[in-house]
Design a protein around this ligand. Structure first.
Ligand code: A3P
Length: 293
């Protein structure tokens, strides 16, 4: 587990979203041995890959479009298993810790994690259980930009310049140990029946198609009208106004949701940084059939 190294080369004592060493020691064994249930759904993805957006979509499909129930905070309906010990102070936070909270949830449970594959519950990706896992991926440069602003503006961390932060990300120390290891682990298993791999960019370009994919995966069937309703509900503007997901009172200003764009990195990254990202990604992907865009 790494901590972020800032521009001056100092280790910044940050424990979000990476669990800090102490927290990791305390909670990771508990997460590894977490008992999953056949009717659970897990969502895995690197922070800022559109996980919140995907959570809301998955939760609503899994719960037969219970819009009334969706008025409850998303982090309560669809908790993040590794949130214990970190400095988030969301309303009605997890008691006694996020792992127990997940354990005690009413079934069927929906659980999110940003953890790297090696820290996931052991039962999650083995064949003994029927538990389903959705993985969401997003363009690495947009993830870089989105995490940069999130940590800088919402969590007030001094990350140095975007250029510096991009390099830190490519060194594989933040926000996860290595973006491509994380993505490829589930990509390589995408044909397994209990794994579904989706992309943020596909949700942006054809949300309805992704809704259909997820519905089929979860054994649900929506009418055209229901699909339309859900597309509207998940639309960026309505998402922004939805406090159960956007949490303006906690994140202040615009809330959690920021720009929701594809390719925002093009406006903000230098051509050199873009090139570096491309080279690094192509190197990491040289033995993979993942399409780098
Ligand atoms: P940006 O910072 O690029 O705007 P996560 O939930 O995994 O942390 O991802 C957050 C990113 O998803 C943010 O990206 C956020 O704006 C975007 N996002 C959240 N809801 C969205 C929606 N309804 N439509 C498009 N993008 C959305």
């Amino acid at each position: 587990f790494h901590r972020i190294v800032n521009q001056e080369g100092q280790k910044v004592p940050i424990n979000y979203p990476n669990l800090c060493e102490e927290t990791a020691r305390k909670f990771c064994p508990k997460i590894k041995s977490f008992e999953v249930k056949d009717d659970d759904i897990f969502l895995v993805g690197i922070p800022k890959s559109g996980t919140t957006w995907a959570q809301e979509m998955i939760w609503l499909i899994k719960n037969d479009l219970d819009y009334e129930g969706a008025k409850e905070y998303l982090h309560i309906r669809f908790p993040t298993i590794e949130k214990s010990g970190i400095e988030v102070n969301l309303p009605r936070c997890y008691e006694p810790d996020s792992i127990e909270f997940c354990k005690n949830m009413r079934r069927p449970r929906a659980i999110k994690t940003h953890l790297s594959p090696e820290y996931l519950p052991e039962q999650l990706l083995n064949d003994e259980k029927e538990v389903k896992t959705v993985y969401i991926a997003r363009n690495v440069k947009d993830v870089c930009l989105s995490t940069y602003y999130y940590f800088r503006d919402k969590l007030n961390l001094n990350l140095g310049s975007l250029e510096h932060y991009g390099k830190v990300m490519m060194r594989g120390t933040f926000p996860r140990e290595n973006y491509w290891n994380h993505v490829l682990y589930l990509w390589n298993r995408r044909y397994e029946k209990n794994i579904l791999f989706i992309k943020y960019e596909d949700m942006k370009s054809d949300l309805r198609a992704v809704i259909r994919k997820v519905s089929t995966f979860l054994g649900k069937s929506l009418t055209m009208k229901q699909e339309e309703e859900l597309v509207k509900w998940l639309d960026f503007e309505s998402f922004k106004k939805n406090d159960a997901v956007n949490q303006v009172h906690f994140y202040k200003k615009d809330g959690f949701v920021r720009k929701g764009k594809i390719g925002g990195y093009k406006e903000e990254m230098s051509p050199e940084l873009i090139l570096e990202f491309d080279k690094w990604s192509n190197e990491c992907l040289k033995n993979s059939d993942y399409k780098y865009d």
